[in-house]
Structures are given as structure tokens and as C-alpha cells.
Design a binder for this molecule. Structure first.
Ligand SMILES: Cc1ncc(COP(=O)(O)O)c(C=O)c1O
Length: 433
């Protein structure tokens, strides 16, 4: 190592010399950072603040009730205001929100066992399992690598091949909004629902994702835009759907229904005690007061934190755009509210090498969502599932994509280090070493 022209020169791990001068005066080398184990880019950092903790402590000290109660109601009402919807139900996770919404749609629209629901071939696994668990049939659609949601050409093909599609479950992945209007044009008679678990704060044509169709779901698992540790929401403007889902969230209980509906159920069923009267099949999908207290506190910072996520995403795009030989950078940016930083490499070799380089440099990585869902043993081993290779875009993303975390706590210095690491790797590759 030597100092020269005020730049820090070091020998890169492959033997080549790389020079980095940091914008704000200090200098950095990958070797130095990695050796000293200083650099770490985890998927998520601890985002539960002192204020959040104080709110929970205060609640524990003073509360007389810990099960689903007034704090849950308060959180539901604040979330509905933030999102701009009429009804929100706080549940135990994003996955149980999906289960509840699918079950609610099935009941409201009298869907029958075997009815078809279109899903993307790349999304989180618990978007598809609730459909199967409800006895419905998932019809897989390829995705558009720009939006990571439905590929409209493939959706049109599906609509021509299947004459009886009842519902469409859209996923807004990675904080990028899906082109819902285009999908609705192709399948105008289907019921649409949207999963916004990874994309709250994103908007489509000026409207918040989560308010675009009949119902929507959100996750507050630790790595998401905000957290209740575990938790989620299901949201809708539809009173009947809300009524059904509110009962289904709590065992199917009549007394969970809207007051006027509860009165009606009591009159219709005088032989059953109203306290324990069950109108529909249900689960227990409720969350608890303490999670709601955390949610209320976290929600106060959501917009500010989301604006940092957006800035990080823009900076990420500027970085990958510099290396068109290595990366695709054709993301649907408008309305974005980034969940993570998704690398889409030009091929699987590049992906393998870069991912492993970043991992050894302290960067945590993950596949793009569940990758090609049809490669997952859970679905691959099921009867009558299509083969994974029928979905070329998803196959490409499965092989050539991965993501790293994005969050509001990433510092300028950390981002600069990431940029240096990627530059070092690209330089080394470009020299063919
Ligand atoms: C798109 C999507 N849907 C649903 C979920 C499930 O959410 P949860 O982890 O809260 O069950 C996730 C989880 O990350 C997700 O990314």
C-alpha cells in the first residue's frame, strides 16, 4: 500500500491496483474495511427507536388490557387515514392478511372450489398458498422485469386461453407499483386484489398502492418499511367485505360484525347464544395491543423514512446505470417507494460472481422474492402445476437477479463504500482478471 497524490492506493484482492478518493476527504479500501470487519450492509438495521420502546414500556406499565382492544382500533383508524381507505383490519402478519383477503373475496363473490385466480410466477410464497388453501386454482403469469409484476403479453395469452378467470392477485414488489390499469383492461370481469406488503408508500398514477382495487394487504415484519415486529393489515373500502373479514379474523364470530349486521344475525338465529354465534368459517388472525402501540409510534416516521428509501433507490439506479455491460437498469421508477435494491445482472455468471463478492465484503443478499415459484419444491411437487421454464422472464430473474437491503438508516458513507465495492468488482471483471 502507498499514498500518492492524496489518493489512497491499495492492492485489490485480485492483485490489481485500484484508487479511491472519497468525496468527503477520507479514503477507503475494500481490503481495509473487510479485514477490520467494519463494513456491514445487513438486509435491515434495528429500526425500533427509543421513542418506540418508551411507548411500549409506558403501555405495559399502565394498560389493563393486552389482547386486541382500543390500541388496535386506534392503529387501524390511523392506518386508514394514512392510506386513504375506509376500513383496515390489523392482523398477525402480511401472510395472514393475504389468507384473510383471499377467504373474504371467495365468500363475497361465491367463488367455488377450483375457480381460477391469476398470480405472478414471482412473488412471495404466501400470496399463492392462501389460494391453494382456499381450494382455488392459481394460474401463473410471467412478470415484466421493469415492474416485477405481470407481463401484459403473457396476461393476454392467459386471458385468451382461460375463459373463466374469477380473480387476479397483483403483487407490487420491491416498492415498485404494478400497472394495474393495463391488467384490468385485459381481465375486466375479474375481481382484483393487491399485495402491498413490500411497497407501502408507492403510488400508481398519483394514487397510493393499497387503494387501487377491492382489497389490499400490508406486512409489518421487521425488514419492511415499518415494523410491529410481526403484523399486517388488510384494507378495503367495501363494507360487506370488511364485515366478512372482521368475523373471519376472529373465529367467524357474529359479535365481531358491524353492529347492524350483528343485530340482523341475532334476529335470524334466536336459538344460538349471541356471544358465541359463528356466521362463517374463520381463524384467529388477530394481533395484540402491544404490537399496535409499536405500530402507532412507527407510523409517525413512515413518510420521512420512506423519502430516504426513495433517495437510496435513485442513487442505486445511478450506480447500476454506469455499468450497462453488467446490469439492466430499466426499472419502473415513477411512484416508487423502495423496499430493497434489486440487482438485475446481464446473466447468471455475473450474478453469481458479484453476489459472492458482495457477500464476502459484508453485504447480505437474497434472491428476488421467492425466485421462480414453480421451482420451489412446494409447488413443483404438486399435481398439475405448469413447468417453471414456461415463464422466461421469471426464469431470467431467478438466475440473474438478487437484492440487497434498503432502509432509512443507511449512511452516506456506507453507500459510498457500496459504490466503491461495485466499482472495484466491475473494474476487475472488465480487465478480465
Ligand atoms: C410480497 C409479500 N407478501 C407477503 C409477505 C408476507 O408477510 P409476512 O412476513 O408479514 O407474513 C411478504 C413478506 O415479506 C412479502 O414480501
Amino acid at each position: 500500500m502507498s499514498m500518492k497524490d492524496n489518493n489512497f492506493i491499495y492492492e485489490s484482492p485480485d492483485g490489481g491496483n485500484t484508487v479511491y478518493k472519497r468525496a468527503f476527504g477520507d479514503h477507503i479500501s475494500k481490503r481495509e474495511l473487510v479485514n477490520q470487519e467494519k463494513f456491514s450492509w445487513p438486509l435491515m438495521k434495528d429500526c425500533i427507536t427509543e421513542k418506540d420502546k418508551s411507548a411500549m414500556i409506558e403501555f405495559i406499565k399502565t394498560a389493563g388490557r393486552f389482547t386486541n382492544g382500543p390500541k388496535v382500533k386506534e392503529f387501524e383508524s390511523e392506518w386508514s387515514s394514512w392510506l386513504g381507505c375506509k376500513y383496515s383490519l390489523f392482523v398477525s402478519s402480511g401472510s395472514t392478511a393475504n389468507t384473510l383477503l383471499v377467504a373474504g373475496i371467495k365468500e363475497k363473490y361465491n367463488l367455488e372450489v377450483g375457480d381460477k385466480v391469476v398470480v405472478p410466477c414471482m412473488t412471495w410464497v404466501t400470496n399463492v398458498s392462501p389460494i391453494i388453501q382456499a381450494g382455488l386454482t392459481p394460474i401463473f403469469c410471467d412478470v415484466d422485469p421493469r415492474t416485477f409484476s405481470f407481463d401484459t403479453t403473457n396476461l393476454e395469452k392467459i386471458s385468451n386461453e382461460h375463459d373463466n378467470i374469477k380473480a387476479v392477485f397483483v403483487s407490487h414488489l420491491f416498492g415498485i407499483s404494478a400497472d394495474i390499469d393495463a391488467y384490468r383492461k385485459i381481465l375486466p370481469d375479474a375481481v382484483f386484489i393487491e399485495d402491498v406488503c413490500e411497497s407501502y408508500g408507492a403510488s400508481y398514477k398519483g394514487k397510493k398502492c393499497g387503494t387501487l382495487v377491492e382489497g389490499s394487504t400490508f406486512s409489518f415484519y421487521f425488514g419492511h418499511h415499518m415494523t410491529t415486529v410481526e403484523g399486517g393489515f388488510v384494507c378495503t373500502d367495501d363494507k360487506d367485505l370488511y364485515n366478512i373479514m372482521k368475523m373471519k379474523r376472529s373465529h367467524g364470530m357474529a359479535r365481531e360484525a358491524l353492529p347492524e349486521m350483528f343485530e340482523k344475525y341475532k334476529k335470524e338465529n334466536p336459538d344460538v347464544h349471541p356471544s358465541f354465534m359463528f356466521m362463517t368459517d374463520g381463524h384467529n388472525l388477530r394481533s395484540m395491543e402491544i404490537n399496535a402501540v409499536l405500530g402507532i409510534s412507527q407510523l409517525k416516521n413512515l413518510d420521512a423514512n420512506n423519502s430516504v428509501r426513495r433517495k437510496n433507490f435513485n442513487r442505486f439506479i445511478t450506480m447500476v446505470e454506469k455499468y450497462p455491460k453488467f446490469f439492466h437498469a430499466n426499472y419502473q421508477v415513477e411512484g416508487n417507494c423502495s423496499f430493497c435494491l434489486p440487482f438485475v445482472c446481464k446473466n447468471s455468471k455475473i450474478k453469481e460472481k458479484l453476489e459472492s463478492f458482495l457477500q464476502t465484503s459484508g453485504v447480505e443478499t437474497r434472491p428476488l422474492c421467492s425466485g421462480n415459484l414453480l421451482r420451489q419444491p412446494f409447488l413443483r411437487n404438486m399435481k398439475e402445476m405448469p413447468s417453471a421454464d414456461q415463464y422466461p422472464h421469471v426464469e431470467f430473474l431467478h438466475e440473474s437477479g438478487f437484492f440487497i437491503g434498503n432502509n432509512h438508516l443507511i449512511t452516506d458513507q456506507e453507500f459510498l463504500t457500496l459504490e466503491c465495492l461495485v466499482k472495484e468488482w466491475v473494474d476487475t471483471e472488465s480487465r478480465g482478471e
